[in-house]
Every structure is written in C-alpha cells, then in structure tokens.
Design a binder for this molecule. Structure first.
Ligand code: AMP
Length: 196
C-alpha cells in the first residue's frame, strides 16, 4: 500500500498533480476541499458547518476535518493506497493523522511539497475562479487570506515532514511546466520501494 501526502499553498497545483498520480498508480484520491465542496452543494450538515470557514478563506476546524478523513479512509478499505490532497493542513491534523495511520495499520510512504511564489498563486487562483466559478477563488482578499493562513498554519509541515520522513520528503518546483512536474512526481513515486 502506498500512501502519499501532497501539500503546498492554495493554487500550487495539488489537485492537478494528484489526478495524474491517481490515473497512473490507481490510488484513491482524497481531497478534503473537494469533499467539503460536495457537502456544501448537497447542503448537508457538514457542508453548512464548513461553508462559513471556506468562504472567509479560513480552515475548517481540525476535529471536523480529522473525523471526515477517517470516515473517508474507511470507505475505501480495499484501496491500493491513497493520495491525501490538502490534508493535513495543521500540526494537530498531522499528529492525528499519524495516530490514525498506526490504528489502521497503515504507513505514510512519502510527502510531496509543491513550492510556488505568492504572485503566481494569486494569478492562478483568480484565473481558476473565472474558469470554474469557485467562489473562494474569485475574491482577491479571500485568496490572500488563504495564502496567509497557509503560511501561518500549514507551512510548518515542511519541517515536520522533513524530520519525520527524511529521504521520503520531496520539495518540488510547482512553477515548472505542469507536464514536467507530473513527470518528476511520477518518477519519484515509481522509484519508491515498499519494504515488507
Ligand atoms: P482546497 O480545495 O484544498 O483548496 O480547500 C478549500 C478550502 O477547504 C480551504 O480553504 C479550507 O477552508 C477547507 N479545507 C480543505 N482541506 C482542509 C483541511 N485539511 N483542514 C481545514 N480546512 C480545509
């Protein structure tokens, strides 16, 4: 089983790259952002709880997100492995995630970090907002807030995973051509050896 954490600031290309990996390696893609958006569109209780935070560009509270992630993992019990896209986003989530992995007899194989500068992120998100209609991508102040939240709460995970995973933590230049990034990621993933 191969389990990959894919993280980086909003607009760094996590969703796009996750799709390439999933198609090539037949893993299960778990995007907490996608799950929240689906719940909002279906007007579920979870969607109602999450939408205020998302509209302001804030993080949904940790416990809600951790519970959601556990339910999602349990839904795909027979999976070959997972790509976690946009989770964890805080140290609390990362710690809960480690405990969850132990309790489910799973291992984190690697973490991939996509690095992109702020100006590029803002431009990409505004473009995506125009194309997709996604509401939190349409307002520049919400976008800047998401990037700030990322800097304050998520960027610490770089050090966290560099220490925890050592050789299995990778920093990838997310400003390169999208196909070149995916080639690089696929070569990293393909070279990963699973030890039993
Ligand atoms: P994303 O689609 O990954 O850009 O996430 C969109 C929004 O969903 C974020 O701005 C947060 O409000 C919320 N969200 C997604 N994943 C998480 C997470 N792991 N923890 C807290 N909030 C999250």
């Amino acid at each position: 089983m191969m389990n990959i954490v894919l993280f980086g600031p909003p607009g760094s290309g996590k969703g796009t790259q996750a799709t390439y990996i999933v198609n090539s390696k037949k893993l299960t893609h778990i995007s907490t952002g996608d799950i929240f958006r689906k719940n909002i569109s279906q007007n579920t209780k979870l969607g109602q709880l999450a939408s205020d935070f998302m509209n302001k560009g804030q993080l949904v509270p940790d416990q809600l997100t951790i519970d959601l992630l556990e339910t999602e993992i349990d839904t795909y019990k027979n999976s070959n492995g997972f790509i976690f896209d946009g989770f964890p986003r805080t140290t609390t989530q990362a710690e809960a995630f480690n405990n969850l992995m132990v309790s489910k007899n799973m291992n984190l194989s690697m973490a991939l970090f996509l690095e992109v500068c702020e100006d590029t992120l803002v431009q990409r998100l505004l473009n995506r907002g125009m194309e997709s209609g996604r509401s939190d991508d349409q307002d520049e102040s919400v976008i800047r807030n998401r990037i700030q939240v990322y800097e304050q709460q998520t960027s610490v995970l770089k050090d966290y995973y560099a220490k925890q995973l050592m050789d299995s933590f990778y920093i990838i230049n997310g400003e390169a051509d999208v196909k070149d990034i995916s080639k690089k990621i696929l070569s990293i993933v393909s070279n990963y050896k699973i030890f039993y």
